[in-house]
Design a protein around this ligand. Structure first.
Ligand code: BGC
Ligand code: BGC
Length: 663
């Protein structure tokens, strides 16, 4: 940077005599000395000193600009410069329109950063994304398994390596800020964000979230290969009560967490204690409420607990328009949330409105200047820690890492570790790759990168389409079977077209699953397989000797009937772009090692579980407990859970697909 901010525009408030003399002394300085960069640009100085120096130079408008986070679809570089905006994000699906490529992303982010650097003080902006399973808004980036699968793998080193790879793919596009990891401890799997959490156990969530944070931030946030993590959503997002969602179509999402304080602390706050102690520098507020009070206005939890007790001194960022819900009146909502401890507002659409409301709040005295300075200092401190003033751009040399073979290999290994074998009778698994056999494959999730990737993939809600490069589960199967095997595929299991599938086959594989969703779109009261998939399983069962069912889903579904029909049943969660990792386990190239991160219900009538008092026998017991998962070496009849499952399934014949079809 060549243009130093001029001292003349420095905000001169009430000057002491000494200060006045010092200022006078600056006037006759020779030209060379006037070119000395201001203290805040001097990397040799301590961060507190740099923050204080910069804060001192800022106007109120520039301070409020730093508190503003806006979605890229609602702002161009010109307004970033004009309003001295502090941060920009890409929401889910927020790719450069018409150019979802690494080059397109890099140019877009660079454009905003250059605008920020062109402002009077040249404060670099933070650009944020939800790289919650890889840098997955970018076509061609590696899409890693969603957290539910990583919870099943329970391998902190693996999670750390995935987050490292994600950080590099982000930096390749110039992005330094990730809205991850999710620290939710989902307690009711009907919630549409269940898959974003690692599991229902706070210790598991803590262990893996810490690994993710370490992977993103490394040992040194200022290093050129690290990005800022954002544990979210503070706090209690996974604990909302059924039917308390305030939004249309929602059941649990953004709802009210009605638990008492001891439970809130034991279950939902616990991961934050460790995240903060281990270097969390930004925390995102939850859309949910605790006992009726929205988190975005919750000064007890945001100030007394998070800052006071946990000692957090990074910055608190709101969720998407989360501030707006604190009060009916926008000005009041803004004032209340800033006072309660929100430092940066993910506005996300109208920066002018937020800036004006904040300036009015200061004018009215509803928000003090001290509070504004505190919020801005929190934000600037982290920008300095990240090294943004020294290195505001990403690293073009990393572009080759986006979707690299190395990252794909890591994802494939991860996928294999996430699989949980629920049932394996008559050693149906591993599959025999070299047998002379006919294999029929059915199911909506067999041949779709979109289905196996879930939400937060290219689009906010994901999509069933082939969104981005990778291998489907079917492709993995085709590659795995030797030349002696003939494979036929029909998603719906009709095999009627010129496919020449024989009436009977040795092996059937049904890959069934949930259509992608994110947030409240995924709240689901029934947790049923789609009718098409349920029928495909029944059709397949009728014509094969051995039936293997693979479930691609963000959570346990009600599968009692299909489990009963299947010889082997595997939960594959949302594996992401590397579907061949599923085949690796099915063929026994890799051992099945996953265990359930959530208790699996027999029916939705069992939900929500009281996890402290689960029935363990009879059909009131869950279908499978947390931690359940078979190994190939296990004897086939070892599991009392499977015996019980068979018994209870026999009592529920109404759950067949044909039963649903003709009620
Ligand atoms: C989600 C956050 C996300 C943000 C930005 C919100 O709707 O709750 O998890 O970080 O959008 O995309
Ligand atoms: C954005 C998401 C965001 C959501 C919140 C969407 O339009 O793409 O990132 O989480 O809105 O409602």
């Amino acid at each position: 940077m060549t243009r130093w901010p001029s001292l003349a525009t420095r905000s001169v408030r009430t000057l002491s005599i000494a200060g006045f003399v010092a200022l006078l002394a600056l006037v006759p300085l020779p030209a060379a000395a006037q070119d000395t960069p201001p203290a805040y640009l001097d990397p040799a100085l301590g961060i507190d000193e740099r923050v204080a120096d910069l804060l001192e130079r800022m106007t109120l408008e520039e301070k409020v600009g730093q508190m503003t986070l806006i979605e890229r679809g609602s702002i161009g570089p010109a307004d970033v410069e004009r309003y001295a905006i502090g941060a920009v994000l890409s929401g889910g699906g927020g790719y450069p329109p018409g150019d979802n490529t690494v080059a397109g992303w890099t140019a877009m982010v660079r454009g905003y950063q250059e605008a920020a650097l062109a402002t009077r003080l040249g404060i670099p902006l933070l650009y944020g994304v939800d790289a919650v399973h890889g840098h997955a808004n970018v076509v061609g980036a590696v899409v890693f398994p969603h957290n539910v699968g990583l919870g099943a793998a329970d391998d902190p080193d693996l999670v750390e390596a995935i987050s490292r790879a994600t950080a590099l793919e982000m930096l390749a596009t110039g992005i330094h800020w990730n809205y991850a990891p999710v620290l939710a401890v989902p307690r009711d799997i009907r919630w549409g964000r269940t898959y974003e959490g690692y599991g229902e156990d706070p210790d598991l969530v803590t262990r893996l979230a810490l690994a993710a944070q370490r992977g993103l931030q490394g040992d040194d946030l200022a290093a050129p290969d690290t990005v800022l993590a954002t544990p979210k959503h503070f706090v209690g997002d996974g604990g909302t009560a059924f039917n308390t969602s305030p939004i249309s179509g929602g059941l649990l999402d953004r709802g009210d967490t009605l638990v008492d304080e001891a439970t809130l602390r034991r279950v939902h706050l616990a991961p934050y204690v460790d995240a903060v102690a281990n270097g969390a520098r930004s925390v995102m507020v939850s859309f949910s409420s605790w006992q009726g009070l929205p988190m975005h206005g919750h000064s007890y939890l945001l100030r007394d607990v998070l800052r006071g007790e946990l000692g957090f001194d990074g910055f608190v960022v709101s969720d998407w328009a989360g501030v707006d819900d604190v009060a009916r009146d926008y000005d009041r909502a803004v004032a209340l949330s800033i006072a309660a401890g929100v430092d940066m507002n993910m506005v996300p659409y109208d920066h002018r409105r937020f800036i004006a409301a904040t300036l009015r709040a200061v004018e009215r005295g509803d928000v003090t200047l001290e509070r504004i300075d505190e919020a801005v200092a929190n934000i600037l401190r982290v920008k300095f820690e990240l090294g943004l003033f020294e290195r505001p751009f990403g690293d073009d040399a990393l572009q080759a890492s986006v979707g690299s073979d190395e990252h794909r290999a890591l994802a494939r290994e991860a996928v294999a570790k996430t699989l949980v074998v629920l049932k394996n009778d008559a050693a149906a698994l591993p599959l025999r790759a070299d047998a002379a056999q006919t294999v029929l494959v059915v199911g909506s999730a067999a041949d779709s990168i979109g289905m196996q990737s879930g939400g937060w993939t290219i689009e906010w809600q994901g999509s069933t389409a082939s969104l981005t490069p990778g291998t489907t589960i079917l492709e993995g199967l085709r590659t795995g079977f030797g030349p002696a095997t003939t494979l036929h595929f029909d998603a719906r299991g009709r095999f009627e077209r010129a496919d020449a599938a024989p009436e009977r086959a040795e092996l059937g594989i049904a890959v069934v699953g949930e259509v992608p969703y994110a947030e409240w779109f995924g709240d689901d009261a029934t947790l049923e397989l789609s009718l098409a998939d349920a029928i495909a399983v029944e059709r397949l069962r009728a014509r094969v000797d051995a039936l293997v069912v693979v479930l691609v889903s963000g959570r346990p579904l009600v599968i009692e009937h299909e489990l009963h029909l299947a010889d082997a049943f595997v939960a594959a969660w949302l594996p992401g772009s590397e579907g061949d990792g599923v085949a690796d386990v099915l063929f026994g190239e890799r051992e099945a090692v996953g265990t359930l991160p959530y208790t699996w219900p027999r029916s939705v009538a069992q939900l929500p579980f009281d996890l402290d008092a689960l029935p363990t026998d009879g059909c009131d017991a869950p279908l499978f407990p947390r931690g359940y998962g078979l190994r190939y070496g296990d004897a086939t009849d070892v599991s009392p859970w499977l015996t019980l499952a068979a018994h209870c399934a026999a009592e529920h014949p109404s759950r067949t697909a044909s039963g649903r079809n003709h009620p």
